[in-house]
Each structure stands twice: as structure tokens, then as C-alpha cells.
Design a protein around this ligand. Structure first.
Ligand code: PEP
Ligand code: MG
Length: 821
């Protein structure tokens, strides 16, 4: 570690000009014995060929490479010039001048710390005015600067808390971007520590390099308690990730192949990334390695301008791509390209690149080297989800380099339809694949939760990943069958197998097309029983797509999403507008609005809620609303005002006792009476075992039930719904959960009450059949699931479904239930 003794810091200097400033800082190094007096000549020469101004009032004059041998000992010296001295042609003034004499790369740590200081103008300002050299020494060499994962460190910030990361895919690019943005919005310093490493939370890259996997416990620290509280809440809320992730964002589980070819020359086992069966021939996708040379640079300012221009052009491309993908695949899928755009802006990358440019390297070489370091760090991490994020960085790197090298974006198309084989595909490659010529793909590396896989699922493109480097040796044109659901690639299947696979694929496509065609028809079983199929939505804009998908109403509108992704409470007027827009879009179809379900995994950063040890068992849902009438009452007022415009029903979440319901109903009634609004049905979520067990009593008082299988499962089985190790066991079709549902439905039937199910089990084909057999009236599912759920119900008679449900209730495990079909 490089040292900066106090005698190498000179405060309140007043050099006449830049050359004198360089001479003064060089003299400090001369006096300390690090360099001989003529070293200053090299520093001046360097400065004339490459300006060493870093930005924000900091300059780093240093010698030319030929003078390295003059250096007796690596050292740095600091000249503080509070008035500033003009340093660049544009007239930028340097106020903190860090003279460097480095024999090898010991000074890089100081530069790294400098880039951290640079990102914080308030700190630079303080350092240029302080009368205490210790402040400068601490900033440049002490623990306070950002550390890298390789350098174990502890935070020195005064306010700290331990947290568990709820994001199912770990800390990936999107949440890291949101965290960095929040930190910048709050100001001040925030750090994350994990596994002995410390990251600056305002740098997305630094956060990514920690490699936080799903469920990781880490420490969040800040220099201010309010910031700490707000960020803790934001992390718990998922930092923009939907913690009840939609089906397509989740990796498909590896399933036993529904069908296997009889005669093939080889079977390659990969990891399923996107379901579907395709028959075709292989084609290798070989990426050209970008040739980046490092010719000497005469004008660093010009190189820096080129970097700016390349980043601006890449940013524009990414915004265009995000818009196009948003239009074709939805906002969720497009978010990755916004995250890529944020990666472009990473201050630390830009500063490191500029530093290398100042060291005499070309802009393309410098940018490639800086990004390569970060990619290598991510690839070294144990967690496959996070290592997969290296693909995101590689994607961004390639885009910027192509701009710098004047190369076009690659087009992955081919003359005839093929199964593409690649080492890896970037998310941008995947989003721009031509579905007319690419039937599916198989990559040697990658992971099922990568954005590449998520986009493939959005495109309906069968895909397998992590199939091993061996796939890169498959000759082009090899006949093959790709089974995305089982993660298998079959090579050289017999003609009979190819025909059979093609027939199966066509059948699956016909089924999907038929389901889509019939999406506006009711889900009526063969013996004439109708089950309502509705959609779960989060925003007014989702209502139209729900209807388009064939939904017969909205069985769950999660109002907390109106409170997330912003930094203040939505007003009563704003909420009313949103609820009213939904009611109007639904044109008389039912709209069940659930009052705020904040707490547990869904927290709202700006509400300043107290920390909970067991957030799922604490002040969540209705309990929080009772504590916070400032949230509950305006929301109820907004719903009642909107109720005049449609068939609006109100549902309370997390009801566990009768007293809860009575109290909520009392408050709602008072609000209604004050507004003179019409009465609307008042129901409860059945998502806590006590509500299911007391269904008989509840049924006498509530207007309807909607069963939340997500929470009912976690509370019945005592398994955290976000716990990565318990994910496979947290199965809503467990007989213990089905018996809770059965108890609820039978109580409802005795009292003539309507029962829906709005948890994830309703959208699974088997779940939909079982729940209908148990007697629920409505299944409320995510929008894309509507056609398939309706189609599945039409395939059976209610008599069959009742028998199926009765058998499931006698099973002893979820596996037994699943084996029934
Ligand atoms: C549920 O718990 O099943 C439910 C639908 O509510 P959420 O997923 O929003 O907790
Ligand atoms: Mg719930």
C-alpha cells in the first residue's frame, strides 16, 4: 500500500500557473527523496502531450515512461490549491494536484481512491479547503475510500443494518442500477459489505462485483439514518424487481422429456431456458473478436470526446431497443436495455477509462481493458446468476467498442431456418434475432435466469443454455431436434423421429393458437360448468391487455404497485384517476381492488417504516393500514370515488382475525358514508391459515373470499416464499394447502359466498383444474396465462375435476398430487 506522509501534502499553495504547480508538487517528491530534481522535466513533457486533468478539480501530473528508472521509490505528493489553477484549454481549474512518481503499479490503489473522491464533489470541495492534511491522507490512502471485493474491508459509516436480499435472481443489473440511483438521489455515502468486501452503493458496477446471490445476508451502511432507512426499505421491496416474478421471468424447471426420439447419434444435456420443441439443422454463431489496437495517442482530449460520442450513440441505440422490445415483448423484458444504458453511465468505468487515456492509451483499448477487468471479476463469482451478468457487461462493452471502431451492430440472421449454436448470446443478440430464420438456440455457457433466457421466453423461442463447450464442435447443417423444456439437443435423429417431433410441435402450436382463438369464449367444462377466468393486474394500463387476452375481469389489482417505483405517496386524486381508468376500461366487468399490501416482501422506501425482524409476520397488509390511516383512508376514498364508474369490489389483504375484518369494514363504511358513495362488496384475501380455519365465521360477515395461495402456502408450510433453498418445496399444490382451500370453499358454499383464487396456483394448468374441482368460482391469473387456463378447463368435465380434487385431498405430499395427472 502506498503511503502519503504529511510532509508530502502541501496546503494552501498559490502557484501562478500550471507549470509552477507541477514544479511545486514535483519538488515535494524531490525533497522526500523519491525522485531526482530533473524528474520534473518529464512531468512537464507528459503534461504537454497528455493533459492529466481528471475532472472535478483534480489533476494527476506524472512522468513519462522513459523516466521510470529515475524513480528511487514510488511516491505521491499532493498540492492543495484552494483558489485553483487553470489546467485545461477549456479553462478548467485544478485545486487538488496529485503528483505521481510510480515505478510499477503501486499507485493504482491511489488512483482508484481518487476516482471515488472524484465522484463526490462535496468531498473534493472539502479536501481543497481543509486545513488538516490528515483529511487528504485519509481520503487518498485510508479505509474510507471504496474497496474492491479483492480487498477485504469494513465500513466506517456510522449507521448500519443487516439485510437479506429478496431478489430471486440475486443482485443483478436492474436492482443495482436502481440502488445506485437512489443513493445518488439521497446524497451522502452508502456502502454494502458482503463476504469481507465493501462496495460503494452509488456505483452499480461496484455493487455487482460483490456478487450478492439471492437470499444473501449483507450489511448496508450509510452516513445518515434516514438514508439508511429508506434504502433498507428499497432493498426489501426488491429495487424494482417484481418479487412475485411473472412466470416468464422464472427459469423453467428441468422436466423429464414428454417424448424422446428413438434413434439419434448424440444427446446433449443442457439447462432448459425456454420451452418448446423444434426440428432443424444447426448453425454455429461465431462472434468476431473485436480487434482493438493501442496506437500511441497524441490528443487525449480528442480520445475522451470519442468516448463521449460512442457512449451517447450506444445510449441512443439502447433506448431505441428498449422501446422496440417494450412494444413487442412488454416493459419487463425491455428493462434490461435500460439497465444496459445505466451501465454505460457508470462513473467508475468512465473515470478508469479516462485515466488510461491519460496514461497514453487509445480510447478503445482503454475502455476494453477497463470493462474486461470487471467482466473477469463477475465471471469469477461462485453464483451462476451473477456470473451470467457478465454477459450484460460484455454486451455493453461490445456495443461501445463497435461505435468506437465504426463497426455496425451484428445481425443474427441466416438464409434458412436454423438452430443457432453459440458460446453465449448477449441479450441484445437475442432481442434482435430474426424469428423467421432462427428456430431456437443452444449456448455452451449462460444460465436460465440470464436476460438472454428471459428474452427467449418472451419471444417464445425454444432455448437451452450451459450445454458445454462441446456444442461448439457440432458441424453446421447437422440435423437436430431441440427440446427447450427438457434442456436437450438431439443430433442426427432418424427421419421418423424428425417427423414425430415436427408433428408434436405443430400440435402444440395448434393448441396454443386454438387457446388464443377461443380466449374470449367462457371457460365452460364439458358438462357445462362455467369457471370465471380473470386477470391479476398492477396498473391501469394493464386492464386493456387483460381483456385482450380474454380475461373476464380483474380478480386482483395489487395497489401497492402504485406506491412502488416512485418517491412519494400517490395522492387521493392520482389514485382515483388510476382506479377509475381501470374500471372504465373494464366496462362493467368486475374489478377487485385490494387495499395496500405493504410489508413482508413489498416495502415502500419513502414511508419510513420501522424495521421488522420477521417482516412476513409483522406489520403487513391490513395491520399496517390500521397503523397508517394517512395511507388507508385516502386510498379508500379514492376507491369509493372510482366505484361510481364500474363494478368495483374492495378486498382487504392479510386478514387473520374476525376483528381485523370488522375494523377494516368499519373504516371503509365511515369513508363511504362521508362520501355518500354506493355500497360495494367487501371481501378478504384468505392467505393466512387462521382465515381459512375460521372460514365458517368469516363467511357470515364477508361478501366474498379470494384465496392467496402464495402466502397461504408460505404460512401453512412455514416456508418463506422467497427462500431460494425452499423454492422447490414451497408448493401450493401441497395437500396441506389444498385442505385449507377446501375448508374455505365448503364454508363459503354453506353461506352462498363467492370464492376466487388469485395466487400463482390458479395460473398453473394442474392448479387450475384442482382448484376448479374444489369448487372455486373464479381463477385470477397473470395476463399471458388466461387463454391456456381457459383451454385447460374446457378439456374436462366438472365431474372429472371434482374426482381429481377429491383424490388430491387424500394425498400425503405435493409430489403425490402432481403424479395424479
Ligand atoms: C397471494 O398471497 O397469493 C397473493 C395473491 O398476494 P401477493 O402475491 O400479492 O402477496
Ligand atoms: Mg399475499
Amino acid at each position: 500500500m502506498i503511503r502519503l506522509p504529511a510532509h508530502l501534502v502541501r496546503l494552501a499553495a498559490t502557484p501562478r500557473d500550471k507549470d509552477e504547480a507541477i514544479a511545486q508538487v514535483a519538488q515535494l517528491l524531490v525533497d522526500a527523496g523519491n525522485v531526482p530534481p530533473d524528474y520534473v522535466q518529464g512531468m512537464l513533457r507528459r503534461e504537454h502531450t497528455a493533459n492529466t486533468y481528471l475532472g472535478n478539480g483534480v489533476a494527476i501530473p506524472h512522468g513519462v515512461p522513459e523516466d521510470k528508472d529515475l524513480i528511487r521509490e514510488t511516491g505521491i505528493a499532493v498540492l492543495q490549491v484552494p483558489q485553483g489553477v487553470s489546467w485545461t484549454e477549456a479553462g478548467e481549474a485544478a485545486r487538488l494536484i496529485v503528483g505521481i512518481a510510480a515505478r510499477s503499479d503501486e499507485h493504482l490503489e491511489v488512483l482508484r481512491r481518487l476516482t471515488r473522491v472524484l465522484a463526490d464533489p462535496a468531498q473534493v470541495d472539502e479536501l481543497t479547503r481543509t486545513a488538516d492534511p490528515a483529511r487528504i491522507i485519509e481520503a487518498l490512502t485510508g479505509e474510507r475510500a471504496a474497496a474492491t471485493p479483492a480487498a477485504p474491508a469494513v465500513s466506517t459509516l456510522p449507521y448500519r443494518t443487516e439485510l437479506r436480499l429478496p431478489n430471486p435472481a440475486g443482485m443483478h443489473a436492474r436492482p443495482a442500477t436502481q440502488l445506485a440511483q437512489l443513493v445518488k438521489a439521497h446524497g451522502g455515502r452508502v456502502q454494502l459489505s458482503y463476504g469481507g468486501a465493501l462496495a460503494d452503493a452509488s456505483s452499480m458496477m461496484s455493487v455487482l462485483q460483490l456478487g450478492l446471490p439471492a437470499g444473501a445476508t449483507f450489511e448496508l451502511s450509510a452516513d445518515d439514518p434516514a438514508t439508511l432507512q429508506a434504502l433498507r426499505d428499497a432493498v426489501a421491496a426488491g429495487l424494482g424487481d417484481d418479487l412475485s416474478a411473472p412466470a416468464s421471468a422464472q427459469a423453467p424447471e428441468r422436466v423429464a422429456p414428454a417424448w424422446e426420439p428413438q434413434r439419434v447419434s448424440a444427446t446433449i444435456e443442457g439447462v432448459p431456458a425456454s420451452g418448446g420443441l423444434v426440428v432443424g439443422v444447426t448453425r454455429q454463431h461465431r462472434t468476431e473478436r473485436l480487434q482493438v489496437s493501442d496506437e500511441g495517442v497524441s490528443d487525449p482530449a480528442l480520445e475522451a470526446t470519442r468516448l463521449d460520442a460512442a457512449i451517447a450513440a450506444a445510449r441512443q441505440d439502447l433506448h431505441d431497443l428498449a422501446r422496440e422490445v417494450g412494444e413487442s415483448l412488454g416493459r419487463e423484458r425491455a428493462a434490461i436495455f435500460e439497465a444496459h444504458a445505466a451501465l454505460l453511465e457508470d462513473e467508475a468505468v468512465i473515470q478508469d477509462t479516462v485515466r488510461r487515456i491519460l496514461d497514453g492509451h487509445s480510447v478503445a483499448w482503454a475502455y476494453q481493458a477497463v470493462m474486461n477487468e470487471r467482466i473477469a471479476q463477475l465471471q469469477r463469482l461462485d453464483d451462476p446468476n451473477l456470473a451470467a451478468r457478465a454477459a450484460d457487461l460484455g454486451d455493453v462493452q461490445g456495443r461501445v467498442l463497435r461505435k468506437l471502431l465504426g463497426l455496425p451492430e451484428p445481425q443474427l440472421t441466416s438464409g434458412q431456418p436454423v438452430v443457432l449454436i453459440a458460446h453465449d448470446l448477449t441479450p441484445s443478440d437475442t432481442a434482435t434475432l430474426d424469428p423467421g430464420s432462427v428456430l431456437g438456440f443452444c449456448t455452451a455457457v449462460g444460465g436460465p435466469t440470464s436476460h438472454t433466457a428471459i428474452i427467449a421466453r418472451g419471444l417464445g423461442l425454444p432455448a437451452i443454455v450451459a450445454a458445454g463447450e462441446g456444442v461448439l464442435n457440432i458441424p453446421d447443417g447437422t440435423p437436430c431436434i431441440l427440446d427447450g423444456a427438457s434442456g436437450r439437443l438431439y443430433l442426427e435423429p432418424s427421419e421418423a423421429d424428425r417427423l414425430e417431433a415436427a408433428a408434436r410441435r405443430e400440435q402444440a402450436e395448434r393448441d396454443q393458437a386454438a387457446a388464443r382463438e377461443a380466449r374470449h369464449q367462457p371457460a365452460t367444462t364439458r358438462d357445462g360448468h362455467r369457471v370465471e377466468v380473470a386477470a391479476n393486474i398492477n396498473r391501469a394500463s394493464d386492464a386493456a391487455s387483460a381483456l385482450e387476452a380474454g380475461a373476464e375481469g380483474v380478480g386482483l389489482m395489487r395497489t401497492e404497485f402504485l406506491f412502488l417505483e416512485r418517491d412519494s405517496i400517490p395522492s387521493e386524486e392520482e389514485q382515483e384517476r388510476e382506479y377509475r381508468a381501470m374500471a372504465e376500461s373494464l366496462a362493467g366487468r368486475p374489478l377487485i381492488i385490494r387495499t395496500l399490501d405493504i410489508g413482508g416482501d413489498k416495502e415502500v422506501p419513502y414511508l419510513g417504516l420501522a424495521r421488522e425482524d420477521n417482516s412476513f409476520l409483522g406489520m403487513r397488509g391490513i395491520r399496517l393500514c390500521f397503523e397508517r390511516p394517512d395511507l388507508f383512508v385516502p386510498q379508500l376514498r379514492a376507491i369509493y370515488r372510482a366505484a361510481r364508474h364500474g363494478d368495483v369490489r374492495i378486498m382487504f389483504p392479510m386478514i387473520s382475525t374476525l376483528e381485523d375484518f370488522r375494523r377494516a369494514k368499519g373504516i371503509a363504511e365511515a369513508v363511504r358514508a362521508e362520501l355518500g358513495a354506493p355500497q360495494v362488496p367487501l371481501g378478504i384475501m384468505v392467505e393466512v391459515p387462521s382465515a381459512a380455519l375460521l372460514a365458517e365465521e368469516f363467511a357470515r360477515e364477508v361478501d366474498f373470499f379470494s384465496i392467496g395461495t402464495n402466502d397461504l402456502t408460505q404460512y401453512t408450510l412455514a416456508m418463506d416464499r422467497l427462500h431460494p433453498q425452499l423454492a422447490r418445496q414451497t408448493d401450493a399444490l401441497h395437500p396441506a394447502v389444498l385442505r385449507m382451500i377446501d375448508t374455505t370453499v365448503r364454508a363459503a358454499q354453506r353461506h352462498g359466498r363467492w370464492v376466487g383464487v388469485c395466487g400463482g396456483a390458479a395460473g398453473e394448468p394442474l392448479g387450475a383444474l384442482l382448484l376448479s374441482g374444489l369448487g372455486v368460482h373464479e381463477l385470477s391469473v397473470s395476463v399471458p396465462q388466461v387463454p391456456a387456463v381457459k383451454a385447460a378447463l374446457r378439456e374436462h368435465s366438472m365431474t372429472e375435476l371434482r374426482e381429481l380434487a377429491a383424490r388430491a385431498l387424500t394425498c400425503a405430499s405435493a409430489a403425490e398430487v402432481r403424479a395424479l395427472v
